[in-house]
Design a protein around this ligand. Structure first.
Ligand code: URA
Length: 366
């Protein structure tokens, strides 16, 4: 049997772990052969000592293969996805997935719940009455191939190593570690069997990464890992010092996503959506330049095809886009004096939205 204490000590002393050592550790942890206290000590050693690209890729690979992965028949449209590190008002996945599905790509998007002050894509979609975010692995693959896009939660059989390790990190102060974050995110995304991946790494007062430098380091780590695992990967670094778009909150973000698909979205939301989509069209060689790719996405908006595709996805997942969504009554808050807003505590704004939702019983609908 493997000596777990040796692996913990090795990382504690700043040494590099071999691929087979990382594989054996993850395997034993998922099986229940390594207790949480040893895994927690190991995670803290990684937090303090870090990992090189080879170790991060090995960790990602072994986590990814701890469970089922999506399998796709050859000869169909390339499978692509986008991951965002999250921010207030970031509803980009909602318009982006159907737009990509209109451009000869397929999007099997595993998405998550809110984290800290940021809303989750699944929570937003559940503001659509009837919308199911708990599709099985088989259902997700079927909807991807039939409609072109799907957005649903991680199923029990996908990446069990991350579910277990993330819960442990959450209670041991080992979440904010770039190697552990990289492996957590990339193992889930690469379990989708992707041909290309784009990352939106946000920085600022409403982001997980508070500085541009930290966002850049995380982006570098995730891009290196994706490429090392032979999945073309790029990242864009975007500003989260104010909310994305003009609306934040679950139901209103669905509304703004529909505005975006109708060509009336706010400029910042449209720019991030088109940039991310264009990266994927170029990575999969569907377009040769980002400018051409953006025009193609814009045409999918202008023709109404993107909105139609969104509606198709909603129906495939049991939702009714015409049913009223629970939107809180609006009221204006006037500034006591003239001036302009110089800076926002975006994270505080996110927390206010979460509290408002907790207090609010939907009586009004719009
Ligand atoms: N999101 C994830 O999925 N994993 C992390 O480790 C951090 C954020």
């Amino acid at each position: 049997a493997m000596n777990i204490v040796h692996l913990i000590s090795k990382k504690r002393d700043g040494e590099e772990l071999a691929d087979f050592e990382i594989g054996a550790l993850i395997d034993a942890y998922v099986k229940g052969d390594v207790p949480d206290y040893q895994m927690a000590a190991w995670a803290m050693a990684v937090y303090l000592r870090g990992m090189n690209v080879a170790e991060i890729a090995a960790l990602t690979e072994h986590m990814l293969h701890s469970g089922a992965t999506f399998k796709w028949p050859a000869g169909e449209a390339p499978k692509v996805d986008k991951h965002s590190t999250g921010g207030i008002g970031d509803k980009v996945s909602l318009p982006l997935a159907p737009l990509l599905a209109c451009c000869d790509l397929q999007v099997p998007m595993i998405s998550g719940r809110g984290l800290g002050a940021t809303g989750g894509t699944l929570d937003k979609l559940e503001a659509i009455p009837g919308f199911r975010t708990n599709l099985s692995t088989a259902e997700m693959q079927a909807v991807t191939r039939r409609v072109g896009c799907v957005i649903s939660g991680a199923t029990a059989d996908l990446v069990p190593a991350d579910r277990k390790l993330y819960a442990l990190r959450d209670v041991t102060g080992t979440v904010p570690s770039i190697p552990l974050i990289t492996a957590s995110i990339m193992s889930k995304k690469l379990a989708e069997g992707l041909d290309a991946l784009v990352l939106d790494v946000k920085w600022g007062s409403g982001a997980f990464m508070k500085t541009r430098e930290l966002a850049h380091a995380l982006a570098r780590s995730m891009v290196d890992t994706g490429r090392r695992m032979h999945v073309p990967t790029t990242a864009i670094i975007t500003d989260m010092n104010q909310p994305l778009g003009r609306l934040a909150g679950n139901a209103v973000e669905v509304n703004e996503s529909i505005d975006a698909l109708e060509g009336r979205g706010p400029a910042d939301l449209m720019a991030v959506t088109l940039e991310l989509g264009a990266e994927l069209l170029v990575l999969t060689k569907r377009e040769s330049s980002l400018a051409d790719a953006m025009q193609r996405l814009q045409r999918a908006i202008d023709s109404g095809a993107g909105l139609e595709k969104f509606r198709e996805m909603v129906v495939a997942q049991g939702g009714d886009l015409d049913a009223p969504r629970p939107v809180a009554p609006a009221s204006e808050v006037a500034s006591p004096r003239a001036g302009y807003v110089a800076a926002l505590d975006t994270e505080a704004l996110g927390r206010v939205i979460i509290e408002l939702a907790a207090d609010y019983t939907p009586l009004h609908t719009a």
